[in-house]
Design a protein around this ligand. Structure first.
Ligand code: NAX
Length: 330
């Protein structure tokens, strides 16, 4: 396809990591923003991993993607986010043996605070940010808090992998095609206490709730989706990489190019108080996009069980923010 558009800058952090490797080639191939949108990719890594990132950059060049208009490797966030239109914050500190959740939050706060500031100071006015590195919701909160000049709703955390996992499980159970499933939502945090919900979902022209029973939902569907990451580590000996990268591509593509009529996707973004979710909390909700900003789907009728789940998840997400505040990161 002829490329007439001006190139956009896509910054990928953790570019030498597993998810980075799975994601970069698809961005460069045009899967994220379309085959008519040239991209300049800025790869950000820590100094020790720059050499590995340069190896990946060599491979990216060797693929001769027509959409790849430029490629840079940096270990300086201020340079990597210069003019950035799309930021995928994948690089994070993994939890090491004996590390408490509070230590993990603190270590990652030290990464996402400065990166938020670098985005604030150097990115393009229309920058859109997706945080993948865990704990993703809290990291997005920290980055947004460090970027006061960027509208907070441009900082999102990834729920799309959980969303896609939920669709896949429901498709398998109902023997339907993935494309026939609409309006699944995963509420809350990208963590084991997320709430995958099919109450509003349809499978073809039927309500999903008519096709599956409560027992399957509570004892199989919800725990399978919520604990899928652990099951993959157990089976592969490594955490989800290609599926996570694919979800990151889906998230950005839906945001930039829009969601289809009659469907929505799950996105964690700073709450404006919808569904009694505390304001500011980065929380997974159903969203649509017309290619501009995310629009939260409002006014869904929630029953007592759903409200209880949402409240529980909000408390868990809030507790992480409190831990970060206590550590003096915010
Ligand atoms: P890897 O350990 O393979 O790669 C992480 C990379 O980040 C490393 O190359 C490291 O050098 C780099 N890095 C660390 N600090 C950095 C910094 N300050 N600036 C730039 N780069 C930095 O992990 P990978 O498997 O790629 O996973 C990346 C993150 O995604 C992890 O935090 C992981 O927990 C998280 N995940 C999030 C998911 C989600 O749905 N939100 C699902 C998959 C994944 O578990």
């Amino acid at each position: 396809m002829a490329q007439t558009k001006k190139p956009v800058v896509v910054t990928v952090t953790g570019a030498a990591g597993n998810i980075g490797y799975a994601t970069l080639f698809r961005i460069a191939a045009g899967d994220m923003l379309g085959a008519d949108q040239p991209v300049i990719i800025n790869m950000l890594e820590i100094p020790q991993a720059v050499k590995a990132a340069e190896g990946t950059a060599m491979e990216l060049r060797d693929a001769a993607f027509p959409t790849l208009a430029g490629l840079n490797v940096y270990d300086d966030a201020n340079k990597a986010f210069e003019g950035c239109n799309y930021a995928l914050l994948i690089g994070a500190r993994p939890r090491s043996k004996g590390m408490e959740r509070a230590d993990l939050l603190e270590a990652n706060g030290g990464i996402f605070g400065p990166q938020g500031k670098a985005i604030n100071d150097h990115a393009a006015d229309d920058v859109r940010v997706l945080v993948v590195g865990n704990p993703a919701n809290t990291n997005a909160y920290i980055a947004a808090a460090s970027a006061p000049d960027v509208p907070a709703e441009r900082f999102t955390a990834m729920m799309r992998l959980d969303h896609n996992r939920a669709i896949s499980q429901l498709a398998e159970k109902t023997e339907a095609a993935v494309a026939d499933i609409k309006k699944v939502v995963v509420w809350g945090n990208h963590s084991a206490d997320q709430y995958p919900d099919i109450s509003f979902a349809t499978v073809g022209d039927k309500a999903a709730s008519e096709l599956v029973d409560e027992e399957w939902l509570d004892s199989y569907f919800v725990p399978t989706v919520a604990k899928r990451g652990a099951a993959i580590i157990e089976a592969r000996g490594a955490s989800s990489a290609a599926s996570a990268g694919s979800a990151a591509i889906d998230h950005m593509r839906s945001w930039a190019l829009g969601t289809p009529e009659g469907d929505w996707v799950s996105v964690a973004l700073p709450s404006k108080g919808q569904y009694d979710i505390p304001e500011g909390l980065v929380y997974g909700v159903p969203c649509t996009s017309d290619g501009g900003d995310w629009k939260v789907v409002e006014g869904l009728d929630l029953n007592a069980k759903q409200k209880e789940q949402l409240k529980k998840n909000a408390e868990a997400a809030q507790a992480e923010i409190e831990t970060v505040k206590k550590a003096g990161i915010l």
